[in-house]
Design a protein around this ligand. Structure first.
Ligand code: ZN
Length: 306
């Protein structure tokens, strides 16, 4: 091999490597990282905190790493992402939207609270006014002094991580309820199969909310959910929808293999609105039945409120 050929080859190789590294950088939005402190961990993903004297991250990071390994295997990928732990008072500098402390994900970042989330504080305050018998199911799971971050942060951080597995390929799903169902199904599947000790943390609070009925929800149709989503629904109403998706995710996965997760993810990616036209409900229902499974179509056709 001539020296010049070798030099050319090395140049091409270096160029490929640089493109590869740059490609990864472009997925993770680092514009919200500035001012944060990097934590040293044993994990492959980057971890940043707004204050390194608050030590509440160990268990959450361990769970996220186990979840990453599980999702990477199922979805045949090696997802690169960053985890940010942000104090409530610093939230608006680094997170994409309110409320402070509630897990969210976007552009390669999973953003979590570093101190107690505002949502947990508010819900705990509401719950504390209920007669004692209503709290009987919650206390053995979330503690005598009920700590709902065990649900809102520990459990929902897995839901948020799962979102990144389709956000990487496209962020304009045919329906928002489908992307929420996917994240919740992924979370459910992971916790049931690989983190069973956390099962009650994931399951007890949703059961409690579901049992309290529909009175917290002013809007209840899937169309309402599409039109209003996070911004135009009250937190209670948004949560009501999420709990309905949870109920459905649970029943689908209790009687199916994880194949359905893979198919739903592919469906989200293949029908993303950045590459495909918007489907009507009837077109969506036909394609879901064929490409994902009748169980998911049933959510659309059997939704209680039309
Ligand atoms: Zn979500």
């Amino acid at each position: 091999m001539k020296k010049s050929t070798l030099t050319n080859l090395i140049a091409i190789l270096l160029c490929c490597l640089t493109t590869h590294v740059q490609g990864q950088e472009s997925w993770i939005d680092t514009s919200i990282h500035s001012g944060l402190i990097e934590l040293k961990t044993d994990y492959t993903f980057k971890t940043l905190v707004s204050n390194d004297s608050i030590k509440t991250t160990t268990e959450t990071l361990k769970n996220l790493n186990t979840a990453k390994l599980y999702f990477d295997k199922i979805f045949q990928t090696d997802l690169d992402f960053a985890v940010l732990f942000i104090e409530n008072r610093e939230w608006y500098k680094h997170a994409y939207f309110p409320p402070p402390g509630l897990p969210q994900a976007g552009k390669g970042n999973v953003i979590l609270g570093l101190d107690k989330s505002i949502v947990s504080m508010e819900v705990e305050k509401m719950i504390s006014q209920l007669p004692e018998q209503y709290l009987a199911s919650l206390k053995p799971v979330y503690g005598a002094k009920i700590n709902l971050d065990l649900f809102y942060r520990e459990t929902l951080s897995i839901h948020e991580l799962a979102h990144l597995y389709h956000f990487k390929e496209g962020t304009k799903p045919q329906r928002k309820w489908l992307q929420e169902l996917f994240a919740t199904m992924s979370m459910y599947s992971f916790i049931k199969e690989k983190a069973n000790l956390s099962y009650q943390l994931m399951n007890t609070y949703p059961e409690f909310v579901i049992q309290s009925g529909d009175r917290m929800a002013e809007f209840k149709t899937l169309k309402d959910f599409e039109e209003k989503y996070v911004q135009k629904l009250t937190p209670q109403n948004y949560e009501w929808f999420q709990m309905q998706f949870y109920k459905n995710a649970k029943s689908i996965l209790d009687s199916n293999k994880t194949d359905i997760l893979i198919k739903l993810r592919e469906f989200l990616i293949n029908t993303d609105l950045s590459n495909t036209k918007a489907l009507t409900d009837s077109e969506l229902s036909t394609r879901l039945e064929k490409e994902v499974g009748k169980e998911v179509t049933h959510i659309l056709t059997n939704w209680k409120y039309k």
